[in-house]
Design a protein around this ligand. Sequence first.
Ligand SMILES: Cc1cc2nc3c(=O)[nH]c(=O)nc-3n(C[C@H](O)[C@H](O)[C@H](O)COP(=O)(O)OP(=O)(O)OC[C@H]3O[C@@H](n4cnc5c(N)ncnc54)[C@H](O)[C@@H]3O)c2cc1C
Length: 383
Amino acid sequence: MNDSFIDIRSSVASLCEEFNLEYWRELDEQRAYPSEFVAAMTKSGFLGALIPEEYGGSGLGISAAAAILEEVHISGGNAAECHAQMYIMGTVLKHGSNEQKKKYLPEIASGNIRLQAFGVTEPSSGTDTASLTTTAKLEGNNYIVNGQKVWTSRAEHSDLMLLLARTTPREEVERRHQGLSVFLVDMKTSVGQGLSIRPIKTMINHATTEVFFDNLVVPAENLIGEEGKGFRYILDGMNAERILISAECIGDARWFVKKATEYANDRSVFGRPIGQNQGIQFPIASAYAQTESASLMTVQAAKLFDNDEACGAEANMAKLLAAEASWEAANMCMQTFGGYGFAQEYDVERKFRETRLYQIAPVSTNLILSYIAEHVLGLPRSF
Ligand SMILES: Cc1cc2nc3c(=O)[nH]c(=O)nc-3n(C[C@H](O)[C@H](O)[C@H](O)COP(=O)(O)OP(=O)(O)OC[C@H]3O[C@@H](n4cnc5c(N)ncnc54)[C@H](O)[C@@H]3O)c2cc1C
């Protein structure tokens, strides 16, 4: 992927030079939001990459967006605090009305509106999205929302949330994924008026939260698309998300391989560089090979996506392989650094913690394997 989008990559790389490893290390220690980095990414137009030009975005494809996020991670940074601003709007773009598109997309492209909170996961539903229990009931011109979400990342740094809620009771629909609907929730006016947010402390700096709805009033005009079809709309956006997260994993893996290679060349023990030992060389070479192959699958998935071709299998496989490659590279890098891998000043332990997330979120490895088994290979449905 490194040979493509050279200009974009070099602009992202020079932006990232301003946000060096000390910057990310400090934020991690303080569990603080990277406001300056997000502002710079917004100003440069990178977060509006996927928004069509007619709505003020750059009109680029997912391949270019993936290159942007990969570069952030190659630099040692972390785009997770703003990547959703790139792709959540895809639901509005694809399924929103003309009025909604005109109202929101230009503001999202300029960064005036941050749409980067995604309210899907609930404590009791977990991976089984269709069993969610948050409800939205139509009363006059409004929906009244009650329930709870968990792991709603960036909720405190978002103006809007894309919310998936049940509008028709489970007993009244034939299939459980029916009767779910998608809404845009105005976070700023809702906090304290039926919406409350509680941060969750996690092993990484991720600004994730629990969100509670207590008779929250959401105007009916904020419904996206048709009532009851929300599950389909959310699924539509998942390939984009998987491809972009794969690119971040590839960026992480490249960072670990480079870091380990440099260290293995510099560090001398028993009177020779540790990298002279094949016990150190081979894991680095193996991580490199895994990264390159995961990158090819990511590029392939992105190409199909940009050509409007079916890419479910490739997007899922890219996410699986890239998350595995980044984790293997992280583990290899930690081992290469020995005790120093644990010292914060080398940044390996931070990246090690951060990249572990991607085998669990936004979709866990088991769920991807189950998709491949059932939908690609035709094995019997498991759940
Ligand atoms: C830091 C972070 C940020 C997140 N951000 C968001 C966000 O912004 N918005 C949002 O909606 N969600 C978010 N999530 C939630 C994330 O998508 C879920 O954690 C993830 O989908 C897994 O759900 P769960 O944690 O409830 O695991 P569970 O569903 O409880 O599963 C636990 C484990 O069991 C496995 N498992 C479950 N069922 C099966 C099965 N049938 N076969 C095999 N294995 C199975 C799973 O793969 C997993 O490994 C975030 C999570 C984290 C940790």
